[in-house]
Unconditional design. Structure first.
Length: 304
């Protein structure tokens, strides 16, 4: 059984690091859900948590607020996502400084989706940073210490081919990126082949797999289609006819994600990034299955 293989790993769980991604809540109900999620996941002592930046900077204020509250109320290391869509260099630099005033030195640097939506042609702002690589350079210039960037195991839909895609990753690394987190994927062979390509291109930063626990298969399948992530037939078959059966859906989702994560660990992954969707249950269950336990109550990670 896979878990038995895992327990035989030389480093056990001591060399495993997880990180959790949240989005800034836009109403009271979502706000409550976020903080309940943080309270549940924080005791697992993640390597870091991150807060997304809405399309076109639409969540600038809420991202700043959420980051500020995480820093104030928890002991978590917090990374702020930042995009350069529809913003001049001056505007982006101002946001960087606003984060820095809060004490943020960790960033997830992204170009962002086209202002017109996924599938439209991306047009950089006339005076703006053109892509993720230029934004990385700006963050490094402002003294960011950890700069995470995106990576696409199935290539970004806008990239002509893998060579172009990996060239962009290389430019990000040359400008100061210290880690990449991948777009979510469901086929670990695809991830493994991608990491091999990246290493062959002389890129040696960690390429951390991004794990998307499937809270709603129909939504995930639609979203995957838009961002170029392949949904294997076997995955669709597992969720078949579960639209109106949330309990079974959740059990299947937990089994599917656990299987993927344990296989990644067996293949050598030591870092895992969870797209939590501001829900603790699946991410927490998967972490539990791979052996993570809350830290002692004597060392709280969330202020009471
Ligand atoms: P880049 O890495 O700059 O570019 C993506 C690809 O497009 C490149 O590989 C390159 O080949 C091609 N490309 C870029 N510019 C050009 C050009 N001028 N000419 C030709 N080809 C080009 N979105 C948000 O809005 N907010 C978030 O908080 C957010 N967080 C994310 C976190 C992660 C880990 C990931 C993987 C994605 C996230 N996204 C987020 C989504 C992301 O913004 C989109 O995938 C977007 O379309 C690309 O942004 P990027 O930084 O990956 O782009």
């Amino acid at each position: 059984m896979a878990a038995a293989h895992f327990s035989r790993r030389p480093g056990g769980i001591d060399d495993l690091r997880v990180s959790f991604e949240f989005f800034p809540p836009k109403n009271n109900e979502l706000e409550e859900r976020l903080w309940a999620t943080v309270k549940k996941l924080a005791p697992l002592a993640p390597d870091f948590v991150s807060v997304t930046y809405g399309a076109g900077g639409s969540t600038r204020r809420r991202t700043l607020q959420t980051v500020e509250q995480l820093i104030g109320d928890t002991r978590l290391k917090v990374a702020a996502h930042l995009t350069c869509v529809d913003a001049s260099r001056d505007e982006v630099d101002t946001v960087i400084r606003e984060f820095m005033v809060l004490g943020v030195k960790r960033f997830v640097a992204l170009r962002g989706d086209p202002a017109g939506g996924v599938g439209e042609v991306y047009r950089p702002h006339r005076d703006g940073y053109a892509n993720g690589a230029e934004l990385v350079g700006a963050l490094a210039g402002h003294g960011a210490t950890e700069i995470t960037v995106s990576a696409y195991p199935e290539k970004h839909p806008e990239s002509a081919d893998f060579a172009t895609d990996i060239e962009m990753l290389k430019r990000k690394v040359d400008n100061g990126a210290t880690r990449a987190v991948t777009q979510f994927f469901f086929d670990n062979d695809i991830y493994e082949r991608y990491v091999e390509r990246v290493r062959r291109a002389g890129i040696y930063i960690p390429i951390v797999p991004g794990i998307l626990p499937v809270h709603n298969f129909v939504q995930v399948a639609n979203f995957a289609g838009r961002c170029g992530a392949h949904v294997p037939d076997w995955l669709a078959a597992r969720f078949e006819a579960l639209e109106n059966d949330p309990q079974t859906h959740a059990l299947v989702a937990s089994a599917v994600a656990a299987e993927q994560v344990i296989d990644l660990i067996e293949r050598g992954s030591t870092d895992l990034h969870f797209y939590t969707m501001n829900r603790a249950d699946l991410s927490y269950a998967i972490c539990h299955l791979i052996g993570m336990r809350p830290k002692s109550r004597a060392e709280p990670d969330v202020a009471a």
